[in-house]
Design a protein around this ligand. Structure first.
Ligand code: NAD
Ligand code: TYD
Length: 353
């Protein structure tokens, strides 16, 4: 079977793993990667597959109606895997409108092009929307997010993703557009931009810089290796039911402080530093505004209905991730220049207690 797949945000962290997987595993599928190359998009993430015959990169914005229509028409797009987004909560606190623009307007633009150009010919078509568990809000010390959990977003990022999820569902109910949504927990792994907790901490440990922990470090996140997320997306794309939502997660909860202590310990060994020396870099800083206490996914539906489970244990994934950053210092240097340094200065300067 052949498919013409438009992947949006394919130069970003998760998108690049999804693009690589589909280009390599499905030579019969044509993959079109539409990405605006914001600070978070990096074609270096795709160097190994950029020459493949079934891969095309298109630089552009998902909010550009004419461009999106043209891509659908010229390439006979039958499948969309939509990952393009503004994705960092802290940036959404300082610039919420950028999140509404890309995450809400951009998603609406893609949905509307699919609706217009598929023109009720929905056989063999699919709009797959990649979303986050953050739309469910914040858990207390117990309980999990289920697919049926009511949306309760609390940051401009999660609210804009919730808005996009609602639009996707609205297009399903109103126009019968064939859609599927997945809501995944926090990802980690190679090519993760070093503004998020794990890659930022790895980068700072390498450079012997302070490790900023918000509040008391008691917030809990549920971590999944990015390649397992790409694997789940592949499973859902091929086996998921139209109009359904699937939660993706690995039952792997860590408080931020315990996670960073483990990271420090592993990196003491890898960098040949004295035991306990990296932990001394931990610095508690002012808490994030509206900081969600705990996320935890129940992925039973995905396991029972589609047979997906994560492949990696956390320590194995964390070791692989650290090794990748240690072996790819050039990548780190390139993405931490200019614009990122300005962001870092603004975000953390005068913030350390
Ligand atoms: P990322 O920030 O690393 O990458 C986003 C990509 O989208 C970048 O390549 C960027 O250039 C591109 N982009 C941004 N605005 C665009 C626009 N207007 N037009 C075209 N391209 C644009 O994000 P990520 O962490 O890889 O997340 C990808 C998707 O997965 C997002 O939708 C996010 O909400 C979702 N998600 C992320 C996580 C996580 O832990 N990172 C977890 C669950 C779901
Ligand atoms: P992050 O990686 O930004 O993902 P998200 O906010 O989408 O879950 O943050 C993960 C957790 O780490 C979150 O509880 C906020 C916290 N955090 C810090 O303590 N310090 C930091 O410098 C960053 C970026 C995050």
């Amino acid at each position: 079977m052949t498919k013409n797949i438009l992947i949006t945000g394919g130069a970003g962290f998760i998108g690049s793993h999804v693009v690589r997987r589909f280009v390599n595993n499905y030579p019969n599928y044509k993959i079109y990667n539409l990405d605006a190359l914001t600070y978070a998009g990096n074609l270096e993430n795709l160097k190994d597959i950029e020459m493949k015959e079934n891969y095309t990169f298109i630089k552009g914005n998902i909010c550009d109606i004419d461009l999106v229509d043209k891509i659908f028409q010229e390439n006979n797009i039958d499948t969309v895997i939509h990952l393009a987004a503004e994705s960092h909560v802290d940036r959404s606190i300082s610039d919420p409108l950028a999140f509404v623009q890309t995450n809400v307007i951009g998603t609406a633009t893609l949905l509307n092009s699919a609706r217009k150009l598929w023109n009720n010919q929905y056989e063999g078509k699919l709009f797959y929307h990649v979303s986050t568990d953050e739309v469910y809000g914040s858990l207390g010390e117990t309980g999990f997010f289920y697919e049926t959990t009511a949306y309760d977003p609390r940051s401009p990022y999660s609210a804009s993703k919730a808005g996009s999820d609602h639009l996707v569902m609205a297009f399903y109910h109103t126009y019968h557009l064939p859609i599927v949504i997945s809501n995944c927990s926090n990802n980690y792994g190679p090519h993760h931009f070093p503004e998020k907790l794990i890659p930022l901490s790895i980068n700072n440990i390498i450079q012997n810089k302070p490790l900023p922990i918000y509040g008391k470090g008691e917030n809990v996140r549920d971590w999944l290796y990015v390649i397992d997320h790409a694997d789940a997306i592949d499973t859902i794309l091929h086996k998921g039911k139209m109009g359904e939502t699937y939660n993706i997660g690995g039952h792997n909860e860590w408080t931020n402080i315990e996670l960073i202590r483990l990271l420090c310990k592993i990196m003491d060994e890898k960098l040949g530093r004295e035991k306990g020396s990296n932990e001394k870099l931990i610095t508690f800083v002012t808490d994030r505004a509206g900081h969600d206490l705990r996320y935890a996914i129940d992925a039973t539906k995905l396991k029972e209905e589609l047979g997906w489970t994560p492949s990696l244990q956390f320590e194995e994934g964390l070791n692989k991730t650290i090794d990748w950053y240690l072996e790819n210092s050039e990548w780190l240097k390139k993405v931490t220049n200019g614009e990122y340094l300005k962001y870092y200065e603004k975000q953390y300067h005068q913030n350390e207690n």
